[in-house]
Design a protein around this ligand. Structure first.
Ligand code: ATP
Length: 190
C-alpha cells in the first residue's frame, strides 16, 4: 500500500536542511507522495512572513522533489490536521528537536495513533535528550529514526543572515535565495 509522508513546518524560509530531510525520508520510507504542509500559524512561534509567501518559497524549494506536493495547513495543531485528513498509512516527519518537544504537543498519544513518526537527526540535539523524550511517549514503537547527513542550518539563521546583509548561498535552494531578494524578505526595517 502507498505510504504517504507528511512534513509540516513554518518554512520561514525553507532551507537545504528541509529539502535534505524530505529526500532522505522519501528514500527511507519508500514514499510515493510527500505532503509538505506550510503551517499558517504554528502557535508556538511567530512567523516573519505571510503564509502565502511561505507557500511560494516552499514550492520553489521542493520543485526538484517530484514526490512533494506543497500546500497550506490552517490547523495550528498537528493532531487537528491529522484528524481532518484520516490517512491510511502515513508517516509524519520531524527533526529531532521537534521530538524533544512532542510531549508538549496537543494529544501526542492521538498523534501516534493516527500516524507513525519519522524522526531525522538534527545537529545540536543531544542523544540523551532524545532518549528521555522517547521514554516519556505513550507509544515509542510508533517512532522510527532515519539517517540524515547532518545539515547545520535553520530558518532563524537564514533570517539573521539576510537581516545582516550576508549571503545565504548554499543554505537555501538558489530559487529561494532569488525570491528572498526579489521580495525583500527578512531585511531589517528601514
Ligand atoms: P526556525 O529556525 O524558525 O525555528 P526551522 O529551521 O526549525 O525554523 P521549521 O520550518 O520550524 O524550520 O522546521 C520544520 C521541520 O523541519 C521541523 O520538524 C524541524 O525539526 C525540521 N528541520 C528544520 N531544519 C532541520 C535540519 N537542519 N535538520 C533536520 N531537521 C530540520
Amino acid at each position: 500500500m502507498a505510504v504517504v509522508g507528511l512534513f509540516g513546518g513554518a518554512f520561514d524560509p525553507p532551507h537545504v536542511g528541509h529539502v535534505a530531510l524530505a529526500r532522505a525520508a522519501i528514500d527511507h520510507f519508500g514514499l510515493d507522495r510527500l505532503l509538505v504542509l506550510v503551517v499558517d500559524d504554528p502557535g508556538h512561534k511567530r512567523t516573519a512572513t505571510p503564509v502565502e509567501t511561505r507557500l511560494e518559497l516552499a514550492r520553489l524549494a521542493f520543485a526538484d522533489v517530484p514526490e512533494a506536493v506543497v500546500e497550506i495547513d490552517r490547523h495550528a495543531r498537528t493532531v487537528d490536521s491529522l484528524e481532518a485528513r484520516r490517512l491510511e498509512d502515513a508517516v509524519f516527519l520531524i527533526g529531532a528537536d521537534e521530538l524533544v518537544d512532542l510531549p508538549t504537543w496537543k494529544r501526542p498519544e492521538r498523534v501516534l495513533e493516527l500516524v507513525r513518526l519519522g524522526v531525522a537527526m538534527r545537529p545540536g540535539v543531544p542523544e540523551q535528550r532524545l532518549r528521555d523524550a522517547r521514554a516519556r511517549l505513550p507509544a515509542p514503537d510508533r517512532i522510527e529514526y532515519f539517517a540524515l547527513d547532518p545539515v547545520a542550518v535553520s530558518s532563524t539563521e537564514i533570517r539573521k543572515r539576510v537581516g545582516r546583509g550576508e549571503p545565504v548561498d548554499g543554505l537555501v535552494p538558489p530559487a529561494v535565495a532569488r525570491e528572498i531578494t526579489a521580495l525583500g524578505l527578512y531585511a531589517p526595517a528601514e
